[in-house]
Design a protein around this ligand. Structure first.
Ligand SMILES: Cc1cc2nc3c(=O)[nH]c(=O)nc-3n(C[C@H](O)[C@H](O)[C@H](O)COP(=O)(O)OP(=O)(O)OC[C@H]3O[C@@H](n4cnc5c(N)ncnc54)[C@H](O)[C@@H]3O)c2cc1C
Length: 496
């Protein structure tokens, strides 16, 4: 690496939830990480309100889930209703998913999570967090990247093994690397209001509601104890100035709650859009989170997708930095994450189109079509299921590519806490395998506590099940075949 300038293994641009999660994963794995964040405080405007259970588990592995759990509440239902209040479609999230131990949908407050992740990073000796430090450019030298960072003292350079752009929707890293965004065809302006509830009121409703009224589509969401979110679609010709005065906000809220019973904490006008970078990596520069993709919030999955990116990319960077895998392993990052993000974005756009209809005739047609089914059929059991992984997996066992249930150790510790972002193999009988690629850990079913029987159910009749570091099932079947396939995949020699 170049001499005379600061050196680090990985430089992360942006300390949002994705940069912070990735920072914890990498420092926990023993690497020096410098995180440069343009601002000093966490982002002040209203953003994510929903996390799914898989992502809560990934955040638990980064030290962020306890703070979320302590300040969040499960979503009891997510309903789309027309102007007359008839149910168009709805979902009842599972209050406790036995595979992960978290509610299927948690309603939370994004700054609480970001502060918890910052506290976790502050306790990591290998994390160098620089607030008020903006990444302004970089040069990729093939063996390392030189990154320009501007702070109050001027501009300096840091030499890093990799530069990860977690710098959000306007990503300087993405633009400097010349990685264009693909527009997926959604662009609607919305006003978002976050409020706190006065008089010790804990909750206005546990139901997330999409009020699909063509006169003014509205989203109403609980956000955990003592908080509530409303989103109001802007009408043609309205500007941010037209809709953000205190008087207008009170007018907007009045049909749903007494404006005197709440305090408006944050307000913002956003254009909800759907974009994905065509290419997520160029050499030693990689994008993650909103820098790589943005979606409308109707599935509550933007931040969730970014955390999945961090889990997918984190262990691969560790393997490459350790010299255990070639750069080809990093090619699997976009290959695996991009289809998942696109599928969720498609679902979010579908939901958005149901909600965002402002044409009265179109809304009437929508209502007629969607209410033609019996109400019981309009209400789904859980949230729409997310795609399983299609590559980076082995075999066709039913559990492959799905989230693996978390077994616990017999001494009461969570396995995820003990092994961190590494893969693990569980065999029915002792196998003679002691380790495998990417720090793989080996257990027999008898070593583990599986109180709900979820892990045994995922294994079915298979003699062994191998779980990837991002907690998706890599494969289930013959132990030797599984371990061989994993070793080839995790070294970057084979796209499993
Ligand atoms: C109204 C709304 C509702 C949403 N609801 C949900 C939801 O319910 N569930 C969900 O999962 N997601 C939701 N999202 C999306 C979610 O908020 C984002 O996906 C998430 O914040 C992205 O995290 P990130 O870390 O990638 O980027 P960000 O949170 O944007 O963080 C990027 C960071 O990079 C910093 N930065 C920028 N440029 C530079 C630079 N040049 N140098 C250094 N630092 C820089 C910024 O200051 C910022 O701190 C919602 C979004 C909106 C707007």
């Amino acid at each position: 690496m170049a001499g005379g300038i600061a050196e680090t293994d990985v430089l992360i641009a942006g300390l949002g939830p994705v940069g912070a999660t990735l920072g914890v994963y990498l420092t926990r794995a023993g690497f020096r990480v410098t995180i440069c964040e343009r601002d000093r405080d966490v982002y002040p405007l209203p953003r994510a309100a929903h996390l799914d259970h898989e992502v809560m588990r990934l955040l638990h592995m980064a030290g962020g889930a306890d703070a979320v759990l302590a300040s969040s509440a499960p979503l009891s239902a997510y309903e789309f209703r027309n102007a007359a209040g008839d149910l168009l479609m709805g979902f009842r999230p599972d209050p406790l998913v036995k595979e992960t131990g978290f509610p299927q949908g948690s309603m939370f407050h994004q700054p609480t999570l970001e502060l918890a992740l910052r506290a976790r990073l502050a306790a990591e000796p290998l994390a160098d967090v620089r607030l008020g430090a903006q990444v302004t450019g970089f040069v990729d030298h093939e063996t390392h990247v030189t990154v320009q960072v501007k702070d109050e003292t001027g501009t300096s350079e840091i030499s890093a093994g990799f530069l990860i752009g977690c710098d959000g929707g306007g990503s300087v890293v993405r633009r400097t690397a010349d990685l264009p965004l693909e527009d997926m065809g959604f662009d609607e302006p919305w006003l978002v209001i976050d409020s706190t509830l006065k008089n010790n009121v804990k909750c206005l409703s546990t139901i997330g509601l999409q009020h699909c009224d063509p006169a003014r589509p509205v989203t109403s969401m609980p956000m955990g104890p003592g908080r509530h979110r409303w989103e109001f679609m802007m009408l043609p010709g309205e500007t941010a100035d037209d809709v953000t005065s205190d008087a207008r906000l009170a007018e907007f809220v009045r049909p749903f709650a007494d404006p005197d019973a709440i305090t408006i904490e944050r307000r913002a006008v956003y254009r909800f859009h759907a974009v994905t970078a065509k290419q997520w990596r160029k050499g030693r520069v990689v994008l993650a989170g909103d820098a790589a993709h943005q979606m409308p919030p109707f599935m509550g999955q933007g931040l969730c997708s970014g955390v999945r990116d961090a889990a997918n990319l984190g262990w691969k960077l560790v393997s490459v930095l350790k010299g255990e895998a070639g750069m080809a392993l990093l090619d699997t990052y976009q290959a695996e994450r991009d289809p998942h993000v696109r599928a969720i974005t498609g679902l979010a756009m579908f939901m958005g189109r149901v909600v965002c209809t402002q044409n009265v005739e179109e809304a009437a047609r929508r209502d007629k079509e969607m209410t033609s089914k019996p109400e019981g059929e309009r209400m789904g059991g859980g949230m729409p299921s997310l795609e399983g992984l299609k590559t980076g997996i082995f075999g066709d066992h039913a559990s492959v590519g799905q989230i693996a249930p978390e077994p616990w150790l017999k001494d009461g510790r969570r396995l995820d806490d003990v092994i961190g972002l590494t893969p693990f193999l569980v065999t029915r009988e002792a196998s003679g395998v002691t380790s495998f690629a990417a720090g793989g850990q080996v257990f027999t079913l008898g070593d583990l506590s599986d109180p709900h029987g979820a892990f045994a159910a995922a294994m079915g009749d298979a003699p062994a099940l191998l779980v990837r570091p991002d907690r998706l099932v890599f494969g289930a079947g013959d132990t030797t075949a599984l371990v061989d396939a994993w070793n080839a995949y995790a070294s970057g020699r084979a796209a499993a």
